[in-house]
Structure formats: C-alpha cells, structure tokens
Design a protein around this ligand. Structure first.
Ligand code: NAI
Length: 470
C-alpha cells in the first residue's frame, strides 16, 4: 500500500471537481483527483448535459426534415429521411468520448494525479481509494467534496434502465419506443421527452404539480406549456404515479388524478423517471469524521464552502444552490481562489437556467412570482419575437423577452426568454446584471441589426420607456 501527499485532493471529476482541480494546479498546488468512473467529466459530460444536447440537436434536424412544413415553405424538399438510432447513439458516444479525453489531456498538462476508484474519508487528512483490484491511501492538506448527484426515485418504482429508466437509460435507447411515459415535467423530463417525441414516440408527461417547470417564471411556464402541447407532447398535470408493473413488454403505470382521486392505468413501452436529483454523499464516510449533512443528504457548508471540518470543503450539487454544471464550475473556481487567499465569490442569483428545447427557455435572476412574493415594486418590459426582423427572416418567431427592473432605480432584477437561441442571448443580460445595469443601460447600447438580440434591446426599452417595433 503506497502513500502520497497532496496540497489538495478533489473527490469527483464532474464540472465542479475537474475545474477546481485544474484551477488549483494552475495556482501551483499539488493536486490529486479521485473519480470512480473510468472517464472524466462526471454526469454532465458522460450521461447528462452533453449527450442530451447531442440528441436534442440531431432530433431537431430530423424533425425539421421529416415533418416540418416550414422546410417546404422555404422550397427545401427532402425525401426518404429516416433515423438510424444506432448511428445516432454512436455519434453521441464519439462526442462524449472526445470531450472526456479532452479533460484527461488537461489533467496531464496541469500535472494532476488522477486516481480511478471510490473515495472514503479515513480521517480529516487521509483518503482511501478503492479501485479495481487495488486499494490506496493518499494524504491531503485540504479536501474538496465534489461528488455531484444522482437521479431521485419514487418509492414504488423499480428502475432497471431498460424499460423503466432514468435520464441515463433514456440516453441509451436502442430504438424509438412507440410510447413513452415521463414522470416529472421538469428540465430532464421536457428535454428528453422532446427528443423521443421528435423521433416518433408518443410522449405523455405525468406531473404532480399544476404546471410545468416549477420554479420558472409563471408566464414563461404557461407559454412554454402551450408550445409543448402544440408540438405534440401530452400532459397529465396534477397527477401522481401510484404504482408501476412490468407485464410482458409493457410497463403499466397507475396514476391518480389529484383533484378527483380517480385512479387510471396507462401503458407504455418506456417509462422515464425524472423527478429531481439527490446528492451523492452516502458512501464517503462523512459521518465518521464529523462532516455534517442535512436530512436530505446535502453537505452543510458556510458561505465559503467550508464544511463542519476545518480543512474539508464541498461544491456543486452536493451543497445548496441550483444543481447545474455551470454553478458547480463557479463554486470550484471561487473555492480554489479562497483557499489561495484570493477573493472568491459566486452570486447564485446570477446563475442562468436554460432548457435546450426548441424554442429554448432561459432565465436569470428574479421571476415575477418572486418579486410579488417578496413585495418588491417592479417594472416589466416584454417584447415578442414576432416583431423581431431576424427572427422573422429565419422563421423562429415563437416566444418573447421579458425584463423585470426595480421600480425606483430601474436596476434589472430578472430576465426571462423563450425563443430561438434564448440560452445564448440571455448572457447579454447576465453580463448587464453582473455589472448592476439598469434596463435603460441595456436599451442605450447599440445592437447589431438584424439580430435576435435586438429583442433584448426592445424589451429593455419597453421596461423603462417604450419599445419601437411593437
Ligand atoms: P426537476 O426538479 O427539474 O423536475 C422534477 C419534476 O418532477 C418536478 O416538476 C416535480 O414536481 C415532479 N415530480 C416529483 N415527484 C413527482 C411524482 N411523484 N409524480 C409526478 N411528478 C413528480 O428535476 P429533473 O428534471 O429530474 O432535473 C434534475 C436536475 O438536473 C435539476 O436540478 C435540473 O436543473 C438539472 N438539469 C438541468 C438541465 C439544464 O440545465 N438544461 C438539464 C437536465 C437536468
């Protein structure tokens, strides 16, 4: 059994852990990273953000070519378009493979020691790594827990990743199922539900609450729900899943209407369970060494990512805040800066939230519901993409930009976009909000023409004065 000593050991190589490892190495620390997967990149690169975006991209192209009359109206005629699911999955895996290898390269370049295996904390400075066929112990002055999260499940459901799947299995289906039931109208349910609907499945989404995308601005959620219905997704809102059983090739799903208590059964070829995620903190030995976790398994930290044990820190999905890759990255950078005695900080109010459907949905800062609840007086400016010339020219007129600013000072408090490339153009407002801009500041910036960003300028104009083109 060998023993090695490091300034910093990071447990987990997802976007939080791998970024923290690289930044720490760049700052001159001797760093080791422990990851139980053979490949680096965590959930996001291996079975999350990246493969799902690859499938969203391909399925959108497929749908546009197969049944979208919009293409015909441009004079583009296609015939014999079909989908080869095996090739689609192969391409997706190639993309994932290239990106995870890219992190390997960055680890080597930054001289980070990589350990493959499951980490357990022996004491506050010692970590045991249970790898394939060998156990090692390494020593760390400081430790970062960046072990991420895993899909939550419901008590009465047995996930087999074949017929009853989480997002992981839904990214690996071998053919297009006839019917898919999605449990949960959150981000995963709507993104992956959209992928399989585009490829030809009938998709029914069962949701506990009376709305989709809980936590998003209500006006945005309502509009998005309508768009998804038009696209062919089916919804059973205010329904709970009571039971599932596997009979021959079908999954029988027993659902209960929460308004009438009526029980119904629907059958599907595949059931996707997308009811949230839970932190991965079970097997780290945290209780043994006194690192406190709350009743839901999240590691408790102070505002500087410090746990109840002085030299042990935590970032990303295992602590409070949105469970998003980019939030985890920011946590990682800020923490390493703090360890290096610099000023690291993350403003969780400025973490953008993006749903990569078509149109995309993007949001930053306060929702209108938040402002009402917090009794903050606000102004609101909305501009529809139907009145944006670029959106019109490219046939993407669905949606709007909505900006909310403080009634007194005009400082932007929140921004919400449904529309083509919403997840890209929202960053103009992220930067503006990062610098404390008012809606007038944004409206007075010269925007290129014709761009979809002009809808942001117009929404900003509508917030403090009047839009020109509507
Ligand atoms: P979520 O929290 O977004 O949505 C889960 C939904 O399931 C909620 O609407 C909830 O009311 C519903 N639900 C819970 N129990 C239910 C039940 N028994 N019956 C019916 N509905 C029920 O969780 P999701 O979609 O699983 O995503 C997990 C995490 O991954 C989120 O934090 C999300 O932000 C992140 N993620 C982000 C992506 C992005 O940024 N584009 C993509 C994928 C995931």
């Amino acid at each position: 059994m060998s023993e090695k000593k490091y300034d910093l050991v990071v447990i987990g190589a997802g976007p939080g852990g791998y970024v923290a490892s690289i930044v720490a190495a760049q700052k001159g620390m001797k760093v080791a990273n422990i990851e139980k997967r053979e490949t680096l990149g965590g959930t996001c690169l291996n079975v999350g953000c990246i493969p799902s975006k690859a499938l969203l991209h391909a399925s959108e192209q497929y749908e546009n070519n197969v049944k979208n009359n919009a293409n015909l109206s441009w004079g583009i005629k296609t015939s014999d378009v079909s989908i080869d699911v095996q090739q689609l999955m192969k391409k997706k895996s190639t993309i994932v493979d290239e990106l995870t290898k890219g992190i390997n390269f960055l680890f080597s370049k930054n001289k980070i020691d990589k350990y493959v295996g499951e980490a357990t904390l022996v004491n506050k400075n010692e970590i045991q790594i249970n790898g394939k066929g060998k156990t090692e112990k390494i020593f760390a002055e400081k430790i970062i827990i960046a072990t991420g999260s895993e899909p939550s499940n419901l008590n009465n459901i047995k996930i087999d990743e074949q017929k009853i799947v989480t997002s992981t299995g839904a990214l690996e289906l071998k053919s297009v199922p006839k019917k898919v039931i999605v449990i949960g109208a959150g981000v995963i349910g709507l993104e992956l539900g959209t992928v399989w609907r585009r490829l030809g499945s009938e998709v029914v989404v069962i949701e506990f609450l009376p709305r989709v995308l809980n936590g998003m601005d209500s006006e945005v959620s309502e509009k998005f729900h309508k768009i998804l219905l038009q696209q062919g997704l089916k919804f059973k809102l205010e329904h709970s899943v009571e039971n599932t059983s596997l009979i021959k090739d079908k999954v029988h799903v027993e659902i209960k209407d929460l308004k009438t208590s009526k029980i119904d059964t629907i059958d599907a070829d595949i059931v996707l369970v997308a009811v949230g995620r839970r932190p991965n903190t079970d097997n780290l030995g945290l209780d043994k060494i006194g690192v406190k976790v709350d009743e839901r398994g999240f590691v408790e930290t102070d505002d500087n990512f410090k746990t109840s044990v002085e030299n042990i820190f935590a970032i990303g999905d295992v602590i409070k805040g949105p469970m998003l890759a980019h939030k985890a990255e920011e946590d990682g950078v800020a923490l390493v800066e703090l360890i290096n005695k610099e000023a690291g900080h993350v403003d969780y109010n400025l973490v953008p939230n993006i749903i990569y459907t078509a149109p995309e949905v993007a949001s930053i800062g306060k929702t209108e519901d938040d402002l009402k609840q917090e009794e903050i007086s606000y102004k609101k400016g909305v501009f529809p993409f139907t009145a944006n010339s670029r959106a019109k020219a490219i046939g993407h007129t669905e949606g709007f930009v909505k900006i909310l600013s403080d009634k007194e000072t005009d400082k932007i408090l929140g921004a919400h976009i449904i529309g083509h490339e919403a997840g890209t153009i929202i960053h103009e407002l992220s930067v503006a909000m990062g610098f404390g801009a008012s809606s007038e500041d944004v409206a007075r910036i010269c925007h290129g023409h014709p761009t979809v960003n002009e809808a942001i300028k117009e929404a900003a104009l509508a917030t403090f004065s009047k839009a020109i083109h509507s």
